[in-house]
Design a protein around this ligand. Sequence first.
Ligand SMILES: Cc1cc2nc3c(=O)[nH]c(=O)nc-3n(C[C@H](O)[C@H](O)[C@H](O)COP(=O)(O)OP(=O)(O)OC[C@H]3O[C@@H](n4cnc5c(N)ncnc54)[C@H](O)[C@@H]3O)c2cc1C
Length: 294
Amino acid sequence: MEADITIIGLGPAGLQAAIHAARKKVKVVAVGKSEASSLNRAEVENYLGIDSVDGSDLLSKGREQARRFGAELLEEEVIKLTKDGESFVVITDREREIRSRALVLAVGISRAKLNVPGEKEFLGKGVSYCASCDAGFFRGRPVAVIGEESEAAESAALMAEYASKVYWVHRQLKASEQMVSKARKAMVEMVQAKPSRIVGEQTVTGLELEDGRRLDVNGVFVALGAKGSIELALELGIIPDPSGKIPVDENCRTEMEKVYACGDVTGAPWQLARAVGQGCVAGENAARAVRSEK
Ligand SMILES: Cc1cc2nc3c(=O)[nH]c(=O)nc-3n(C[C@H](O)[C@H](O)[C@H](O)COP(=O)(O)OP(=O)(O)OC[C@H]3O[C@@H](n4cnc5c(N)ncnc54)[C@H](O)[C@@H]3O)c2cc1C
């Protein structure tokens, strides 16, 4: 199939890009998995003007809106991405080929997993990968932060402002001295151990450690660092930065002409507000680029 713009990603960044581009009367195809969006698992309470909203509801309304403005949405995964002359060629897992003149990468990130029993089961029920997103849910309750690097130190120091008690569980500290001392000053208790299991009933009640100890906590923050979904960019010839994110300028342009990127894949903070903001910029600019050719 042919399009003016292909958007890869059906999270908030991709959908907002689709809405803004489609309103400019260019042909937009957005491809991705709605279920795979990070927002699908989120209960958001820090988005402007909205006290609390279920992420999956927001996505479902966003999809309706994008379709209403004329974007075509495909629940498919991209398995190959190449360039053929002036065209970007996307191949999906349903063996569909989409050719377009501009491309928006809104593929999000996959957060590094701890890979212990209980992690998956209690995701959103005590297990979190984002302290700045979920800190408020753990006000006055004990939590553990797991990780070795500065992201974990930052998360632990932040959680100390909300939680009744914060354990920072690590094996070998790799965070900078300043970050470690920031966490210590915040009265974070350092626990040198390897987590073995997250336990609970409806929600988390504890973190078991390999040495047999158990921490009685209601929250487990996994802060192992984040890795961008960079493989597609590399296939195309765009080089992500050393931390795995795709560099963009203020117009959400990547180093390759007519390729834009937006949302979590372009860097922190991994937040809905940033994703929709950049989605708007990427969608507008991609549409402008293809319209100027017509
Ligand atoms: C548990 C949890 C709670 C959160 N709470 C909050 C909160 O309270 N407040 C807040 O602001 N933010 C919160 N966030 C963060 C927020 O959800 C993200 O910042 C936001 O979803 C990023 O949007 P995005 O569109 O960049 O990426 P995502 O929403 O992750 O979407 C990525 C999209 O890319 C698609 N994709 C990836 N690879 C391919 C491929 N090969 N082919 C096709 N499609 C592909 C996926 O299918 C998906 O549709 C939370 C996140 C989590 C996980």
